[in-house]
Design a protein around this ligand. Structure first.
Ligand code: UGA
Ligand code: MN
Length: 244
């Protein structure tokens, strides 16, 4: 079965290094199709070039965040237009397999991919390094679902991380209205609720009964945009001009 990896990304100094790291993880996996979706109006050429060099099966798409959210102060619904574009692509191009929302800056153990390939409906598993609770994970009692452990429950029915679940493509096809809401903090909850009928207890629990952490919510330190890096990555001019 093909594994569809839906990765939101956007142009910033860390973009190429993040995608390089992630690409090198996916290059170790068989039967993956990488959907790299940029929050941009024009696809970044350097990203396409990187994707071509990987030899992976991929599509490089664009899905800009709507202006009304971009201009909003405070928390923004990051990666939502990208992921909804990914769902649209899956609906149009895939009939079977499994998909997974994989942010470009996380760290993925290669074992994760064989695990999520088992997803028949919706699967869930632990994610490391989420908030000061250190972990976001389903809780099991006697081998059965008994709730969620998460540092920020906030009234969510599904207090899980974006990296903590995968979905079967056929299951998605049976839910033509499923989508992710533009609501910061409630993206996962809103999407999983839109998969109704689906309850937390219905989740297929992976990673050895949720005892293994195979996905990590790592975050890269933000770097200052720099003309020098831009020239190296995207430009053609040399650095001599900058030095003058
Ligand atoms: C957390 C969640 O894990 C995200 O899935 C969620 O979208 C985000 O919070 C949120 O609710 O805002 P976090 O590490 O804080 O993630 O967010 P980022 O890694 O900055 O962004 C999530 C994804 O969206 C990344 O793949 C990133 O490349 C992309 N993104 C971010 C955009 O496409 N556009 C942006 O303006 C910012
Ligand atoms: Mn992140």
């Amino acid at each position: 079965e093909t594994l569809y990896i839906i990765t939101p990304t956007y142009r910033r100094p860390e973009q190429i290094p993040e995608l390089t790291r992630m690409a090198h993880t996916l290059m170790l996996i068989k039967n993956v199709h990488w959907l790299v979706i940029e929050d941009a109006t024009v696809a970044t050429k350097q990203v396409t070039k990187l994707l071509e060099r990987t030899g992976l099966k991929f599509d490089h798409l664009i899905a800009p965040m709507p202006e009304k959210y971009k201009l909003k102060k405070g928390a923004k619904p990051r990666g939502v237009s990208n992921r909804n574009r990914g769902l649209q692509w899956i609906r149009a191009n895939a009939t079977r397999g499994v998909f997974y929302f994989a942010d470009d800056d996380n760290t993925y153990d290669i074992e994760l991919f064989d695990e999520i390939r088992k997803t028949k409906t919706v699967s869930m598993f632990p994610v490391g390094l989420c908030t000061k609770f250190g972990l976001s994970s389903p809780i099991l009692k006697n081998g059965k679902f008994a709730g969620f452990y998460d540092g920020w429950v906030a009234g969510r029915k599904f207090p899980v991380d974006m990296a903590g679940f995968a979905v079967n493509v056929k299951f998605l096809h049976q839910r033509p209205n499923a989508s992710m809401p533009f609501r910061a903090g409630y993206e996962e909850d809103g999407f999983l609720k839109s998969l109704a009928p689906f309850e937390p207890r219905d989740a297929q629990l992976l990673a050895d009964n949720c005892t293994k952490v195979l996905a990590w919510h790592t975050q890269t330190k933000k770097n200052e945009p720099s003309a020098a890096l831009d020239m190296k990555l995207y430009g053609s001019t040399n650095l001599v001009k900058l030095k003058q």
